[in-house]
Write a protein that binds this ligand. Sequence first.
Ligand code: ZN
Length: 203
Amino acid sequence: MFIEFNSTPPQSGWIEVVCGSMFSGKTEELIRRMRRAQIANQSVEIFKPAVDTRYSEDQIVSHNQNSIPSTPVSSSQQILLLASTVDVVGIDEAQFFDMGIVEVVEELANNGVRVIVAGLDMDFSGQPFGPMPALLARAEFVTKVHAICQVCGALANYSYRLSDSQSQLLLGEKEAYEPRCRNCYLDGPDAQRRPQKHRRKNE
Ligand code: ZN
């Protein structure tokens, strides 16, 4: 469980990254931290890439329908313009932003803002996703969350794509992906599923 870091004046900003595979609860963790900041009477703003409009234009939506308002932006630079006066900035689906997001996040933190970034650390082919590696390297605090492997029930670290598309941008509909552990990810379509009655349901 992440416990908020309480800085004493003069307040400085910092960067937190919450990363993991699909269905690992990244967005839920981002929402939890943002809600706690709201409870502490801090001003908060949440941004997400405009490309991620699978459920809602102006709500941040996680897979369990837990939602809070957010602002879709088409480029990382927009965040700087919109976030100048807030205490805590949340960024969801950060893997879909341009590389400029790295400098934007740094500048916000340098100016005293707490920045919480959530995103996929790897794409479906197991490669580091977009700006996430650079954000992870610069963050003061990193939390890696895990899903449950849909084949064997172990801890899942990978987003296995069930379709044949090779586009990195295929968005996260549940039916297109399943979380898998290392072994079952490597086994690909040959992975041996446990009998249905023993399989854990996804969140
Ligand atoms: Zn597995």
